[in-house]
Write a new protein. Structure first.
Length: 303
């Protein structure tokens, strides 16, 4: 990397650290863990995760993306990064958790899991504690954790969603997408007791269309499942998002004037007003919930 670019990166990091420090001094903000998931492949879940992370980072938040994808199509690849190791390597003692972290644009940190959480509920207590301790060491400076989930059709990926303080469901247009995402909400509600969800509509043409879909989805979920679905907003149909993703950069950087960019900024602003997570105590607490969720999923599978 050229010296000028290195100097600029150090300056950007300094400014971000100063903003984060001032925010903590004033008591603003709080630790959040948000799982971004969808019941339908190709919903735009990873694109939403990456662009939301960029919007949060540019508002002064320190963001960690946990990339659950085990096939190389998650946030790590979308940001043009390449995983060096995964959680399985940490458990095997081949590396430390710190060495798996990657640095992306706007100082976004990325933790690629590589599918390393399968069977975590059946790990020995010593290994679970060791993994929790490894996560605890990553908590410094992290305000928001965004979990980029695989499509939640495999029970092995659910513990990450269960550990989160918030679940954001990305819903594209179409009856099939509505049916599959309703099934996802039903499963998380009936099997694991999740009672509240956040809904982000993607590739919608008008706010009126988005509000109609969101209202019908929320009313149906409340009536038949007894859960609350909070409509966050919508991301308009925007070909420039795909261009930004193909270039391995967030659309906020590639297409500063794109309609989708302003929507991600609004989404980030709204997210910062959400209640802070209770009882997590940072990334280490999130890991403890993750272990508990894995045990629950394992128990359901055995039962």
């Amino acid at each position: 990397m050229p010296k000028a670019q290195k100097a600029r990166c150090r300056l950007d990091k300094f400014v971000t650290d100063q903003a984060a420090g001032l925010r903590r001094l004033l008591g603003q903000g709080g630790f959040q863990v948000i799982t971004v998931m969808s019941g339908q492949p190709g919903a735009g879940k990873t694109t939403a995760t990456v662009n939301l992370a960029a919007a949060l980072a540019r508002s002064g938040r320190d963001v960690l993306i946990v990339d659950q994808d085990r096939h190389g199509r998650g946030a790590t690849a979308a940001l043009g990064l390449q995983a060096r190791a995964g959680v399985a390597d940490v458990l095997a003692g081949r590396c430390t958790m710190e060495s798996t972290l990657l640095s992306g644009p706007d100082n976004i940190q990325v933790l690629p899991l590589g599918g390393g959480f399968q069977g975590i509920g059946r790990l020995a207590a010593r290994d679970q504690a060791r993994l929790a301790h490894a996560f605890e060491r990553l908590q410094c400076g992290v305000d928001v954790v965004l979990v980029d989930m695989e499509e939640a059709t495999d029970p092995d990926v659910l513990p990450l969603g269960l550990a989160a303080s918030e679940i954001m469901v990305v819903l594209p247009p179409g009856n099939t997408a509505i049916t599959q995402n309703y099934a996802l909400v039903k499963r998380l509600s009936h099997n694991f007791g999740k009672r509240q969800f956040r809904l982000l509509l993607n590739r919608i043409n008008t706010p009126e269309q988005a509000q109609a879909v969101a209202r019908n989805f929320a009313e149906t979920a409340e009536r038949y499942l007894g859960v609350a679905v909070d409509y966050l907003g919508y991301i308009p149909t925007d070909e420039r998002i795909a261009v930004g993703g193909h270039a391995r950069t967030p659309s906020l950087d590639a297409m500063a004037a794109a309609p989708s960019t302003s929507q991600f900024r609004k989404l980030a602003d709204g997210l910062l007003r959400w209640p802070s997570a209770s009882g997590l105590g940072g990334v280490g607490g999130f890991m403890q919930r993750l272990v508990e969720g894995a045990r629950l999923v394992d128990a359901c599978r055995r039962g």
